[in-house]
Design a protein around this ligand. Structure first.
Ligand code: ATP
Length: 687
């Protein structure tokens, strides 16, 4: 291919798509001899080839135009949305470098060509709002870099197994004629992504025909009833092989001899009764014994104490119900579950009461500025993360009233987005506030970058220099770092725009962006944790090194959009350098202000020295790293007014991801290519 062959292909396209010659009048070699100079509408070049063709809503049509575009083999971006193209989608497999393909809102018909599966570099594919029919070709399942797949509002049939791609961040197959079970890999998308297909079933849609809705709470009730105090008779019955209680001597075919089963039943029954009595005695005496052993009465703020020892938890249950040491009365609150209004099935949140939570085995995940986080495993194996908020009554920050707290929880409960850790429930009592979140099993960005080294609790600093990483850590490759950056930026954009959706939600800022608050869910997607806690006055020790220069000194709680962008810039620098604020330099110094350190190295023209050595094995990413470094430094600018808005940051990260080979300067912001899943057709930020 050459520019000449590109021009020939574009000319053929123009003749077929724009017979009147108005829309593409600028594509004229006699008046505009240089197609790459920006004079040809919608055409962008790099390295002497046409790399982007963006013609959105300009009134093009025809069935014969698209095949000529398959000759533009240098193309990275092709967007023809909101036109009137008809006919079948041609074989575009010669466009091997294509990263973004938008053909939505045309009149395309026929099947989705399996040859699209050869465009293995595709990040975004949008074929929505056409007349496409047939099944989704299994070849699309090969597109393992795909972040966005929109096939909604067509006439597609069959199942969606082929497109259950783990990397997807945006999926929409709604309003088709599809059927079958929704694969688990995409079940975390909202119901709206699958709605309007009468035959699709399973989470997040209702269960498939013939399958009962799982009765998690019922199962849990039975399980706990069995565990707590099963009646002895029932236990005898349960131990009988027939499932019925048999009187001793009544079995064995009536030969006057006790059957083996009856003997087993009696022995098991005896053990059960002894166990039950022992359990009751234990429940009665343990709180008193443990209280005496501590030699003091439980203090109000210590009543709910998690421990990996079940005894600690048992003592707490007893204290909660009976009143500690017989003295102070305990205000018993209740667990309040927050509905997921974005999902018809409420995301399958399992409900439970406080005592079940206290019974759960618990493991401390860490102690932060706002409180202590635990991983708790409930009776039925459900895993949740519980944050016990620091008792703000003992801090200089004003403690919110119950009403304020409940109102704020309702606001936070409405924050539902693929890049936000959902708050599912809370518990409020005087001196005790627990927040229940979905558990994120793949650690935090901090642990992925620096290993499992512990934070220094007092200073909130850690020696996480690039040369000092935890043992047994797997290096984090560049593509994964970019994916995490993109997910976290999207989550933050969602929070910053939360007040805009006319839902009565106030304007929110995160207030505590840092790498320990960027968690990785079971699908490897980055999600922001601790959203909106700053507004509760809880994030008292927002990480040293992430706090914007204009912020008041800690511990005063503070949150602003500009402050979040600053902190996000520091996180980007952390991703790029492998260092975090507080890391040690080879000369023994300590980097507290990561942005200032990076700036000084860049000023000395040692830019390549700042990058994480671990990234050196990823080939051909230098330009992307430099582009990200510029973005990170602009976010972490000392002057708040110089920092970009998070929506712009989302867009730029996606540009870097999608157009890695194109130079950073050639990114055309005015093209209108809405390649971010956070940006809707109309350009507005969406969920
Ligand atoms: N929902 C969750 N699932 C899994 N791990 C979590 C969850 N929430 C928090 N964690 C982990 O628990 C640890 C402690 O979290 P916590 O939020 O209490 O402290 P922090 O993030 O260090 O500081 P801060 O309270 O200032 O946000 C962190 O390492 C965090 O990654």
């Amino acid at each position: 291919g050459s520019l000449d062959s590109d021009v020939a292909a574009l000319t053929d396209f123009r003749l077929a798509a724009d017979p009147s010659g108005f829309a593409l009048a600028s594509w004229n070699l006699s008046t505009n001899p240089a197609p790459c100079g920006g004079a040809w509408r919608g055409v962008t070049c790099a390295g002497g080839r046409v790399t982007r063709l963006v013609l959105e809503g300009v009134g093009l049509s025809g069935a014969a135009a698209l095949p000529s575009l398959a000759r533009l083999d240098g193309l990275r971006v092709l967007s023809l949305k909101r036109n009137a193209f008809s006919g079948e989608i041609p074989d575009l497999s010669p466009l091997a470098g294509l990263k973004l393909l938008f053909l939505s809102r045309n009149a395309l018909s026929g099947p989705i060509p399996p040859s699209l599966g050869k465009l293995y570099r595709l990040y975004r594919l949008d074929l929505s709002f056409n007349n496409l029919s047939g099944v989704v070709p299994p070849e699309l399942g090969r597109l393992d870099r795909l972040l966005t797949l929109r096939l909604d509002s067509n006439r597609l049939t069959g199942g969606i197994d082929a497109i259950a791609l783990p990397s997807l961040q945006e999926l929409n197959v709604s309003n088709n004629l599809m059927s079958g079970r929704i694969p688990a890999a995409v079940a975390s998308f909202p119901a709206s992504a699958f709605g309007g297909n009468v035959g699709l079933c399973d989470v997040p849609l209702p269960p498939c025909k013939g399958e009962a809705e799982p009765n998690a709470s019922g199962a849990a009730v039975n399980a706990s009833a069995e565990r707590d105090c099963p009646p002895a008779a029932a236990m005898v019955a349960a131990s009988s092989p027939s499932g019925k209680a048999e009187a001793p001597g009544s079995g064995g075919g009536g030969k006057g001899k006790m059957s083996r089963a009856a003997v087993v039943a009696i022995v098991a029954g005896d053990f059960a009764v002894v166990g039950l009595v022992a359990g009751l005695l234990f429940c009665y005496f343990w709180p008193r014994l443990s209280g005496r052993r501590n030699g003091r009465r439980l203090q109000q703020g210590e009543k709910i104490v998690y421990s990996s020892s079940p005894y600690g938890a048992a003592g707490v249950v007893a204290a909660a119900t009976a009143g500690a040491g017989g003295g102070a009365t305990f205000e018993r609150g209740k667990m309040v579950f927050l509905e997921d209004l974005s999902s018809s099935s409420n995301g399958g949140t399992r409900r439970f009461e406080l005592d079940e939570l206290l019974r759960a085995s618990a493991e401390m995940l860490g102690k932060g500025g706002s409180g202590t986080a635990y991983k708790a495993v409930l009776d039925d194996g459900t895993v949740v993360a519980v944050k016990r908020l620091r008792d703000t009554g003992t801090t200089p920050a004003a403690s919110p009233s119950k009403k304020e707290f409940e109102h704020h929880m309702a606001v936070l409960g409405r924050l539902r987005h693929p890049n936000i850790v959902p708050l599912t429930a809370y518990y409020y009592a005087r001196g005790e506030k627990l927040l229940v979140y979905e558990y994120m099993p793949n650690g935090s960005l901090f642990s992925l970058l620096h290993g499992n080294i512990k934070l220094n609790a007092e200073l909130k600093r850690v020696n996480c220099g690039a040369g000092n990483r935890g043992p047994g850590r797997t290096p984090l490759e560049w593509a994964a770092r970019l994916r995490i950056a993109s997910g976290a930026a999207r989550g933050l954009a969602y929070i910053h725009n939360s007040g805009r959706r006319g839902s009565g939600t106030p304007k929110l800022a995160h207030g505590n962006i840092k790498s320990t608050n960027i968690l990785i869910d079971r699908f490897g997607v980055a999600r922001l944790a601790d959203c909106g806690l700053a507004q509760l006055g809880s994030s008292l020790a927002a990480g040293v090194g992430y706090r914007a220069p204009e912020a008041p000194p800690p511990p005063r709680p503070w949150a602003s959009h500009k402050g979040d962008v600053y902190a996000f810039g520091v996180v980007l620098l952390e991703l790029l350098t492998g260092r975090c604020p507080g890391s040690e330099l080879p000369n023994g110094g300590v980097v507290v202000e990561l942005p200032r350190w990076v700036q000084s190295v860049v000023r000395e023209e040692w830019t390549s020295e700042v990058f994480d050595l671990e990234l050196m094995k990823d080939k051909g990413i230098e330009e992307e790293m430099v582009a990200m470094l510029q973005l990170a430094l602009s976010c972490a600018a000392a002057a708040p007014e110089q920092r970009p808005k998070i929506g712009y940051v989302v867009k730029m990260i996606d540009e870097v991801r999608a157009c890695g080979e194109a130079s950073y300067e050639s990114v055309d912001e005015s093209s209108g290519v809405s390649d971010s899943p956070a940006v809707s057709e109309g350009g507005a930020l969406s969920q």
